[in-house]
Every structure is written in structure tokens, then in C-alpha cells.
Design a protein around this ligand. Structure first.
Ligand SMILES: Cc1cc2nc3c(=O)[nH]c(=O)nc-3n(C[C@H](O)[C@H](O)[C@H](O)COP(=O)(O)OP(=O)(O)OC[C@H]3O[C@@H](n4cnc5c(N)ncnc54)[C@H](O)[C@@H]3O)c2cc1C
Length: 414
């Protein structure tokens, strides 16, 4: 049965959800405070990470913890008060990162990631957005031999277990294929099945335009006005009051305050990240993770976008772009970096869940309310596949992959 459905949040996840539901014939309204794709889904590295079959665990080695505590590991940074505030969730994250549990979690994650490029491909074709996409992979570059050897062993294991492809480059081969680098590195793992885009926010806009061309409605409004109205859901928008039989929360980093207000206790937290563009300098030919320094160099339409690792800090705390300064210095060692484009770095928040799996499914205590958020490091990758899974659940169809691992109900006492 076709229904009136309201999707709140027009990032990659909400926009794909609205689009998928509209393509299935539902009457869909997509609501956001801002335009589509202007928050986290704008600021990321733009990599569609088909290789990310295992979500990023919390590193558990004593060496990492010491370096992180001393502020010497560039991949992580923190505000002490924020760490204390989310300590119980970090503890859950730590426990979920133990090898046995991480293996079980990864089996769910791999099932969804396996459909990341194929689901994007379907929407890219319909949206006529292929011009934004490069199907040229993701490179992990290593400065020293031991981490490179470990990465090669890990890559071989992932290739064997998941059928994803990579190429190995030693230092001399890397120097040949990447003349932009002015020093010889230990080598690189090049994941060939991953894709990237030249403008992540623009891709979300193209998906939103496809949604509207197909009869979907986009409105500006504040999702926190959502309320029950008889058997329906109701929200205020710039176009007046909107009523819908079903509502989907796709608020990314803002989902926590929203779900808390409705009485749900989910282990959500954010890992903040920064980016800045550098113009008129050298660019690597493919997005490249400087693996031992924890930042990504991504060639984009505005220049070379450098994105940083994780900062544990409150969503709205003041910016502290220390990691970006370190990343910029590291990038300058590797290539002729251009001039910064923005006077102030961009800051955004990865919407994370303590068990590393997104929350996709029915809200449980509120009939007709659905969740689709918590995609952490890979929400740009997972938007279309997550949308398909949620649309299957809303339609009462057999989900195209097993849905239990993503259900909000997996959290005891939630
Ligand atoms: C530095 C960095 C690099 C990253 N790199 C990658 C990458 O290479 N590949 C990848 O797959 N992922 C990457 N990610 C993660 C990815 O960007 C996120 O997981 C993804 O963008 C989350 O999408 P979303 O739609 O859930 O959230 P968002 O894109 O944040 O969308 C949420 C929407 O909710 C709206 N909203 C908030 N409050 C309200 C309200 N009250 N009413 C109405 N609307 C509201 C916002 O305006 C926003 O549009 C990166 C993240 C960061 C920070």
C-alpha cells in the first residue's frame, strides 16, 4: 500500500531514503533545516568505500592508547571533558572492538557494504551523475616497512574472505604511478573496487533533484517539531503543517538529542573531523590515506581536500583544528601543497554507534516511526544500501539482507 511518508534529515542517508521510497511509489516529503547535503554529507572525503568490509575498531594496543593520551597520535584527538561525558559509550566501543565481537559485527557490516557501489550505481544512472564519480579506487600509503607489511597481510585476508580486489605497490612502483609525491614511501595498498566523487555535497543534491523530478517534495523545516497527531505524524515546515502516516529519522549526528527526547537510549556519540581545500598545488591521482598519519588527501573540484581523523568532542564544542595543522604539515612533506581555499577549516561530525553498526529499523515504541542513522565513518558509502534496507522494512517485504543486526532493538534497555 502506498503511504504518505516524511523523512527528516536530507544528508546522504535521508536523501537516499526519500528517493528509494519515492521510486517505490510512496508519497514522500523530505524535510531539512538546510538544503540537501550541506552538513556531514558535504564535508567528507567523498570515498565510496567498497573496501570497508570491517568497521573501524577502537585500536586496543597499549602503544596507541599511550600515544593518544599524550596527544601524539595524529589520527585521534580529544577534549577531556567530552571523553568523560561519553566514557560509558567508549567503553562499549572498546568491548565491541575485541577481535571476536568485531568479527561478528563485521559480518553484518560486510553484508551491507557489499551493496554500496552497486546501489550507488543504480542511483547514479537515474540521476545522470556519473560525471561526479571516479571508479579508480582508494590508496593507503605507508611511510615505513612494518605497517606496510601488516597492511599487505590484512589486505590479503580481506581479499580472500570478501572477494575485494587490491594491488600492492612497493616504494619504487608507487613513485612511478604517483609522480606528485616528492619522497619515496615504503609502499601502498590500492583498493581497486572503491570509488570516489569530486564533490560529495553535489552528489546528494543530484539525488535530491532526482527525487523531486520523480514527484518527491523537499521542504525546509525543523524536525524537532515532530509530534503525534491522532494516528499520523505531524511536523511544521516553511510550507505549513505536514502530516504523514510514517516518519523516518535520518538526522545523522543530530539523531541523539532527537531520540532521547522520544525516550530512546541508544549508545550514540560523534567523532568530529575537519577538512580544508588547497588550490593550485599538486594532487595525488586518487584519494590517498597517509596511513601512519591518519588523514586523507582527496582530489576534489575545489582543490585537494584534506580530511582529518577522529576528534572526540561535543557536537557543538568550539573547533580545535590541531589535527588539520598536523595533517597539512604531513601532506607538505609528500607533495607541493597549494594555498588554503577557506579562511577557516570546515568541521563536521561522524554519527557513531558504540557497536559500529548503523541503526536501521522500526523505532519500537512509536508506531510508524523509523530510524536510519549512525553510519559513522561510512555514511556517504552506505546511503543507498541503507535506504533500500529500510524501504524493504517499511514495505513489509523480505529485507534484501538480514536486518536484525541493524535493528534498534539490539540494545538492551533502549
Ligand atoms: C572528515 C570526514 C570524512 C569522512 N569521509 C567519508 C568517506 O570518505 N566516505 C564515507 O562513506 N563517509 C565518510 N564520512 C562519514 C560520512 O560523511 C557520514 O557518515 C555521512 O555523511 C552521514 O550522513 P547522514 O545523512 O546520516 O548525516 P548528515 O549528512 O549530517 O545529514 C543530517 C541532516 O540532518 C539535518 N538536520 C539536523 N537537525 C535538523 C533539524 N532539527 N531539523 C531538520 N533537519 C535537521 C542537517 O541539516 C543534515 O542535512 C566522513 C565524515 C567526516 C566528518
Amino acid at each position: 500500500m502506498k503511504q504518505a511518508i516524511l523523512v527528516i534529515g536530507a544528508g546522504m542517508v535521508g536523501t537516499c531514503t526519500a528517493l528509494e521510497l519515492r521510486l517505490r511509489g510512496h508519497h514522500v516529503t523530505l524535510l531539512d533545516k538546510r538544503g540537501p547535503g550541506q552538513e556531514t554529507s558535504y564535508g567528507n572525503a567523498g570515498v565510496i568505500q567498497r573496501e570497508a568490509v570491517e568497521p573501524y575498531p577502537m585500536p586496543r594496543g597499549a602503544g596507541f592508547l599511550l600515544m593518544a593520551a599524550l596527544g601524539r597520535d595524529p589520527s585521534v584527538s580529544y577534549h577531556p571533558a567530552a571523553v568523560l561525558a561519553v566514557l560509558p559509550k567508549l567503553w562499549q566501543y572498546w568491548r565491541a572492538s575485541a577481535p571476536g565481537r568485531h568479527g561478528a559485527i563485521s559480518r553484518h557490516y560486510a553484508a551491507l557494504i557489499a551493496h554500496s557501489t552497486s546501489e550507488h550505481a543504480r542511483l547514479l544512472r537515474l540521476a545522470d551523475a556519473d560525471d561526479l564519480v571516479r571508479r579508480s579506487g582508494l590508496r593507503l600509503a605507508f611511510r615505513s616497512g612494518q605497517p606496510f607489511a601488516q597492511a599487505l597481510a590484512d589486505a590479503a585476508r580481506l581479499q580472500r574472505d570478501h572477494g575485494i580486489s587490491f594491488q600492492a605497490f612497493d616504494g619504487a612502483e608507487l613513485a612511478r604511478v604517483e609522480p606528485a609525491f616528492r619522497r619515496t614511501l615504503a609502499g601502498a595498498v590500492h583498493w581497486s573496487d572503491s570509488w570516489s566523487v569530486t564533490d560529495p555535497g553535489r552528489l546528494v543534491e543530484r539525488y535530491a533533484a532526482l527525487f523531486q523530478r520523480n514527484g518527491g517534495r523537499f521542504v525546509h523545516g525543523d524536525g524537532s517539531t515532530l509530534r503525534r497527531h491522532g494516528a499520523a505524524w505531524q511536523v511544521d515546515s516553511a510550507d505549513g503543517t505536514i502530516d504523514a502516516a510514517q516518519a523516518v529519522i535520518a538526522l545523522g549526528p543530530w539523531a541523539e538529542s532527537f531520540t532521547q527526547r522520544l525516550g530512546y537510549r541508544l549508545p550514540l556519540f560523534v567523532k568530529r573531523g575537519y577538512h580544508r581545500h588547497y588550490a593550485d598545488g599538486a594532487m595525488p591521482s586518487v584519494p590517498t590515506l597517509d596511513a601512519e598519519r591518519g588523514y586523507v588527501m582527496s582530489p576534489q573540484s575545489r582543490g585537494l581536500r584534506i580530511t582529518t581523523g577522529a576528534e572526540i568532542a561535543a557536537l557543538d564544542a568550539r573547533p580545535t583544528p590541531r589535527q588539520l595543522a598536523l595533517a597539512e604539515a604531513s601532506a607538505r612533506e609528500l607533495l607541493e601543497l597549494g594555498a588554503p581555499v577557506e579562511p577557516v577549516p570546515w568541521l563536521g561530525c561522524r554519527p557513531c554507534v558504540a557497536d559500529m553498526l548503523p541503526v536501521i529499523g522500526p523505532a519500537g515504541r512509536h508506531p510508524g516511526l523509523w530510524f536510519n542513522f549512525g553510519h559513522g565513518h561510512q555514511g556517504f558509502t552506505l546511503g543507498p544500501a541503507s535506504a533500500r534496507l529500510l524501504a524493504d522494512l517499511i514495505d513489509g517485504a523480505t529485507p534484501f539482507i538480514q536486518a536484525e543486526g541493524y535493528a534498534p532493538q539490539r540494545f538492551a534497555g533502549y
